[in-house]
Design a protein around this ligand. Structure first.
Ligand code: PRP
Ligand code: URA
Ligand code: MG
Length: 208
């Protein structure tokens, strides 16, 4: 598994702003979306292109376009939705496959509750988005589910990852590339990332 920790100054700056205790819902949403765009830019660097001929203002010319079926973006509900607008800014025609999973607060085990996936998953790049990779349970369950439905080419985009989650992901899905805005120190006794962002879903949805 390739692990890409983004080092772009804009990413570092925006992740830093996200960590402020007094951040507003509006600011948190805006930054999560912007970081979604920056992670997408990085994660799509190796997309294959093909040459096609089009009619331009000055006659026939050859242009490059992305090859193959449209990408599918896979937000993990709820918090993954916070990155979706930013990802769509760069991939406006992408199909969206929604996966609903929450983490049981006591056992920290992922609990799936919804899925609605794009067709022909085997022919698409699937870009899974979730702000937090903590124990890795939710991401691993999502990748299990996508592969069961035929997905073969998957990338995972997170704002903050814990080393524990990266190790678990590496073991379960060594073929999936991870793109992280930051790799933090570790998890506390409740499974929260330190220094982390706190509860990303609650901050995005204003539920706490
Ligand atoms: O790596 P893990 O240990 O599985 O933890 C990470 C998961 O926890 C959070 O979701 P949460 O369960 O809070 O659901 P929410 O997005 O609905 O708030 C987060 O958005 C991830 O999906
Ligand atoms: O730190 C964490 C861990 C799981 N979910 C979150 O929202 N934050
Ligand atoms: Mg949450």
């Amino acid at each position: 598994m390739a692990i890409h920790q983004l080092t772009h100054p804009l990413v570092k700056h925006k992740i830093g702003l996200l960590r402020a205790a007094d951040i507003s819902t509006k600011q948190f949403r805006q930054l999560a979306s912007e970081l979604g765009s920056l992670l997408t830019y990085e994660a799509t660097q190796d997309l294959a292109t093909e040459t096609v001929t089009i009619n331009s203002w000055n006659g026939s010319i050859a242009i490059e376009q992305i090859q193959g079926k449209k990408v599918t973006i896979v937000p993990i509900l709820r918090a993954g939705l916070g990155m979706l607008d930013g990802v769509l800014e760069l991939l406006p025609s992408a199909r969206i496959s929604v996966v609903g999973i929450y983490r049981d607060e006591t056992t920290l085990q992922p609990v799936p509750y919804f899925q609605k996936l794009a067709a022909n998953l085997d022919q698409r790049l699937a870009i899974v988005i979730d702000p937090m990779l903590a124990t890795g349970g939710s991401m691993i369950a999502t990748l299990d589910l996508l592969k069961k439905q035929g997905a073969k080419h998957i990338k995972a985009l997170v704002l903050v990852a814990a080393p524990e989650g990266i190790a678990a992901l590496q073991l379960a899905h060594p073929d999936v590339d991870l793109y992280a805005g930051a790799i933090d120190l570790g998890l506390n006794e409740h499974g929260y990332i330190l220094p982390g962002l706190g509860d990303a879903g609650d901050k995005l949805f204003g539920t706490k």
